[in-house]
Design a protein around this ligand. Structure first.
Ligand SMILES: NC(=O)c1ccc[n+]([C@@H]2O[C@H](COP(=O)([O-])OP(=O)(O)OC[C@H]3O[C@@H](n4cnc5c(N)ncnc54)[C@H](OP(=O)(O)O)[C@@H]3O)[C@@H](O)[C@H]2O)c1
Length: 247
């Protein structure tokens, strides 16, 4: 049965997977706080949610503004009258050339994809631990399963995010808190526009499958599921072979 969350925060709700989560949580009856940098996009998503009878509020925010996160979190929780679920979907993926060693882009990738998640989810974790309930979704990636040649910082950010979410789950399960790691393959969003991709599914399908997985009590899911098999094979490839591969 679909879990009816009442009060939700979606960080990274202005586009793609976060937007799809926001719509579907609103469709399940949640009052949703939409967080990301681009206010016009957040207003568009909120307008579309309201047009079909849902409730949504807009909170423009850059996740690397870590000092502002606690006050914004408190402001949102006060506005919603509590919190039942948080989804952290903010992320960046930069194209890094073979001979490019770009610390500025690597740093942004780690700050948005990992540190921003910790800034938001630590606050949610503390609140959920105290209230003895709550659900945390983190959008990680198949890219975190091995250290590939391509996109070192992106893969690193996702490997660390996966480990962080597992640790948070291990801390909070005994307090009645549900922590779900989503590891997408390729999802049809602006992030992968123009890239050579396959087995692509829509953001709506990814969000729907992830929420349905959580409804069944699941904790870590590949979307689509066949990426789980790919991950298994990737992990079995010995390092001396893996370093000769070109992906
Ligand atoms: N698409 C895929 O194939 C795929 C595969 C595996 C994992 N993922 C992961 O899924 C998540 C969502 O990505 P997507 O595919 O939906 O891409 P997307 O459509 O580009 O969405 C990225 C979201 O992150 C937000 N964001 C980026 N930088 C931010 C910042 N500094 N502060 C606040 N928000 C920021 C963007 O909002 P603003 O620009 O408005 O701030 C946007 O809402 C990411 O973590 C991505 O790594 C995607």
């Amino acid at each position: 049965m679909a879990t009816a969350y009442q009060r939700a925060i979606v960080v990274g709700a202005s586009s793609g997977i976060g937007e799809a989560f926001a719509r579907q949580l609103a469709g399940r009856g949640a009052h949703v706080a939409l967080v990301a940098r681009r206010q016009p996009e957040l207003e568009r998503v909120a307008g579309e949610i309201r047009r079909v009878g849902g409730r949504a509020e807009v909170f423009p925010h850059d996740v690397v503004g870590f000092d502002a996160t606690p006050a914004l979190f408190d402001q949102i929780v006060a506005k919603l009258g509590g919190l039942d679920i948080i989804v952290y979907a903010s992320g960046v993926l930069h194209d890094i050339a073979e001979n490019e060693w770009n610390f500025a882009l690597d740093r942004e990738t780690i700050e948005v994809n990992l540190i921003g998640a910790m800034a938001w989810l630590n606050l949610a974790g503390a609140r959920f631990q105290a209230q003895g309930s709550g659900t945390i979704f983190g959008i990680s990636s198949i890219a975190g399963e091995r250290g590939r040649r391509a996109n070192s910082a992106y893969g690193t950010s996702k490997a660390a995010l996966t480990a962080y979410l597992e640790s948070v789950r291990n801390r909070l399960t005994r307090y009645g808190v549900h922590v779900v790691t989503v590891k997408p393959g390729f999802i049809d969003t602006p992030m992968i526009k123009g890239r050579p991709v396959f087995w692509v599914i829509s953001a709506d399908t990814a969000a729907r499958r992830s929420l349905a997985f959580a409804d069944r009590g699941g904790q870590s899911v590949f979307v689509p599921a066949r990426w789980g098999l790919v991950a298994l094979i990737l992990k079995l490839i010995p390092s001396f072979v893996f370093r000769r591969l070109n992906f």
